[in-house]
Design a protein around this ligand. Structure first.
Ligand code: ADE
Length: 258
């Protein structure tokens, strides 16, 4: 996969993409990442990239010209729309569809993503009209710019690419099964009086798998009961959840839950 990031603040995205798993993913050739300064496509002595909004109002708007020129250079005239289904030109903005594990998995199947980090009050609408093929938000809150959102998207997508994580690790994720991940332990067996659940030391792989599934169900029931309505549950899962619910009548709901 190739990913290009268009930003006014390249220094904001550089270090995280040169660290830890993103660095490894690049070294292993799973992804090629390029960071571009939009200012390089701005004209005039001052390389201006923003201007006041027509009609008045607070803040500044990203001008269309540097963005169109950048896309012409990177993707050719017509941009991602011309290049076809494996290519996306994605605007990071709070108005976009929300990034989820399913969206990340879908994007991980493309071969080229160009990410535009919005800034200030927004981006000239003609960029959306003519260039953008997808618009993504990382949540219902407003950041000062799209850079942190681009990093979140890149991390969520790149870790799913073949060869980045250990075999099977992505399948174990929270959300991949539709459930939250349950507790994990490592050595020592007893720490400050807290013991590792004995079943994990039993060597009985069937029993361990059942326990893990039940812990994932429990955690999801406690923290994100909405997810349980969307996951395919086995008859064993349903039986287990019924038992748990029966054992805990009138349990107070966590704050913020419905
Ligand atoms: N830019 C500003 N806020 C954002 C958000 N929540 N997601 C993506 N890009 C953004």
């Amino acid at each position: 996969m190739r990913i290009d990031v268009l930003t006014l603040f390249p220094e904001m995205v550089r270090a995280p993409l040169e660290t830890s798993m993103m660095r490894k993913a690049r070294e292993r050739g799973a992804v090629r990442l390029f960071i571009h300064n939009l200012r390089d496509w701005a004209e005039g002595k001052h390389h201006v990239t923003d201007d006041r909004p027509f009609g008045g109002g607070p803040g500044m708007v990203l001008k269309p010209e540097p963005i169109f020129r950048a896309v012409d250079d990177l993707l050719g005239p017509g941009g991602a729309r011309r290049r076809g289904p494996g290519v996306e030109f994605i605007l990071l903005a709070p108005q976009g569809r929300t990034l989820t594990q399913a969206v990340a998995a879908d994007l991980a199947r493309r071969h080229w993503l160009v990410l535009l980090c919005g800034h200030y009050e927004g981006v000239d609408e003609r960029v959306r009209q003519a260039l953008v093929t997808d618009e993504i938000s990382i949540g219902d809150y407003v950041l000062t710019g799209g850079e942190l959102a681009a990093l979140v998207l890149i991390d969520a997508v790149v870790r799913l690419l073949p060869g980045v994580l250990a075999e099977g690790a992505a399948e174990q994720d929270s959300f991949s099964s539709g459930l939250l991940e349950g507790p994990q332990y490592t050595r020592p067996r007893v720490y400050r009086g807290m013991e590792v659940p004995p079943i994990l030391l039993s060597g009985d792989h069937g029993a361990i798998a059942r326990w893990r599934r039940q812990q994932a169900l429990l955690r999801t029931l406690e923290r994100r009961p909405d997810l349980l309505e969307r996951v395919p549950l086995t008859p064993d899962d349903r039986r287990f959840l019924e038992e748990v619910r029966a054992r805990r009548p009138g349990r107070p709901r966590p704050p913020g839950d419905g």
